[in-house]
Design a protein around this ligand. Structure first.
Ligand code: GAR
Length: 225
């Protein structure tokens, strides 16, 4: 079934762009109904408008509290006909009330191998720690930060010379592959959550698409991603 999608951004929106590109290539069966930002200068808003997607900014500072901000986001998302929400570099926690408006249909991407290095500096924290592998995670969102059941992860090598920027660039390339793929599985109704685990119906066993050197993705990406 076609996803009716809203994407939440706070910054550059390169993950949003990856979603737009996969919709336009036909690999991702979604209609992008709305892009919302909490920052007026977010380049993601411009990316959306360039593709004819409604793009709005809600400045959280002008709301009395989180509840009021999230209630307005819910209203706008529904008004634009979306029932699924992808957080893509949206640097704010959402409230339980927001989550209950779209049960099982809010997902996030995080630039580390959760549960390691949650928070706003996942790439830098991993590089500073000296890990030899890091990566990215797409997960369902629950009320805790960077915590919900994991849909897909990608692994990339990390090196002693890495900083957050160099490691982050290696990770970002994979973010742009796994996020549209996870959304396509959601569109296809192939994801079931059982406790902490996400089951993917008809999960492939072997890689079917080429990956950058040293990278791994699990479950494997399918053609088109
Ligand atoms: C991405 O690396 C995303 O994983 C990260 O912010 C970046 C946004 O880039 N998100 C988080 O750190 C959430 N904790 P983008 O705006 O170019 O998609």
């Amino acid at each position: 079934m076609t996803l009716d999608l809203a994407v939440l951004v706070s910054g550059s929106g390169s993950n949003l762009q990856a979603v737009i590109d996969r919709i336009e290539s036909g690999a991702l069966d979604a209609r992008l109904r709305l892009v919302l930002s909490n920052k007026p200068q977010a380049y993601g808003l411009e990316r959306a408008r360039k593709h004819g997607v409604p793009a709005l900014c809600l400045e959280h500072g002008s709301f009395p509290d989180r509840e009021a901000f999230d209630a307005e986001m819910v209203r706008l998302i529904r008004e634009h006909g979306a029932d699924t929400v992808a957080m893509a570099g949206f640097m704010r926690m959402v409230t339980p009330r927001f989550l209950s408006a779209f049960p099982g249909r809010v997902v996030n991407i995080h630039p580390a191998l959760l549960p390691s290095f949650p928070g706003v500096h996942g790439q830098r924290d991993a590089a500073d720690y000296g890990v030899r592998f890091s990566g990215c995670t797409v997960h369902f969102v629950d009320e805790k930060m960077d915590n919900g059941p994991i849909i897909i992860q990608a692994v990339v090598p990390a090196y002693p010379g890495d900083d957050g920027k160099s490691l982050g660039a290696r990770i970002l390339e994979l973010e742009h592959r796994i996020y549209p793929q996870a959304l396509q599985w959601l569109a296809q109704g192939r994801l079931t959550v059982s406790g902490r685990k996400v089951l993917l119906a008809n999960e492939g066993q072997a890689p079917t698409v080429a990956l950058p050197s040293g990278a791994m993705v699990n479950p494997p990406l399918e053609p088109g991603f």
